[in-house]
Write a protein that binds this ligand. Structure first.
Ligand code: AR6
Length: 169
């Protein structure tokens, strides 16, 4: 299990993996944060494919091609906005990881990278979000052959330490 989960600090748009996960919104038509960076790096053809998807519900995921990215695919997932924890935010965030990993399994994606879904503009507390990310991923990998490898990508030092601690447990 240990060698199936990686942790790096950096920009997810530069990774050479089968799929990167995007922290999108329900429209799937782009935005700020990592979503904006992915759309810029992938180029304008991405938005055309996204328009054909008719949006996505919170907690669910949809796949597109990666276009100009090194990654072959983008799995767009819609994280919950944090309202204080009483609007099913934990379950919805868990569902983002489950549904993204489920698409990876169906498509036989070997390598996939996740940013911290909901932990930027959407305001989900980072420690709790990292715990959900790690536990849902471990649970999934225990039962499934694909994806073979999951990389968590952090943007800040303190977030890296949070993941490192969890992954060493
Ligand atoms: N590579 C890796 N991680 C990144 C990058 C990057 N290039 N850029 C930001 N992060 P956010 P959300 C981290 O705000 O909270 C958009 O407008 C960032 O530090 O991108 O799910 C969408 O359209 C944070 O830890 O996503 C939605 O409207 C994490 O990625 C809304 O933001 C997620 O931060 C979604 O908000």
């Amino acid at each position: 299990m240990k060698n199936r989960i990686d942790l790096i600090k950096g920009d997810i748009t530069t990774l050479e993996v089968d799929a990167i996960v995007n922290a999108a919104n329900k429209s799937l038509l782009g935005g700020g944060g990592v979503d904006g960076a992915i759309h810029i790096a992938a180029g304008p053809d991405l938005i055309d494919e996204c328009k054909s998807l008719n949006g996505c519900e919170t907690g669910k995921s949809k796949i597109t091609k990666g276009y100009r990215l090194k990654a072959k695919h983008i799995i767009h997932t819609v994280g919950p906005v944090w309202y204080g924890g009483y609007r099913d935010e934990h379950e919805l965030l868990a569902s983002c990881y489950q549904s993204s990993l489920e698409i990876a399994r169906e498509q036989k994606i070997r390598t996939i990278a996740f940013p911290g879904i909901s932990t930027g503009i959407y305001g989900f507390p980072r420690e709790m979000a990292a715990l959900i990310a790690v536990s849902e991923t471990r649970r999934f990998l225990m039962k499934n052959k694909y994806p073979e490898k999951v990389t968590f990508v952090t943007f800040t030092d303190d977030n890296y330490e949070t993941y490192r601690r969890l992954l060493n447990q």
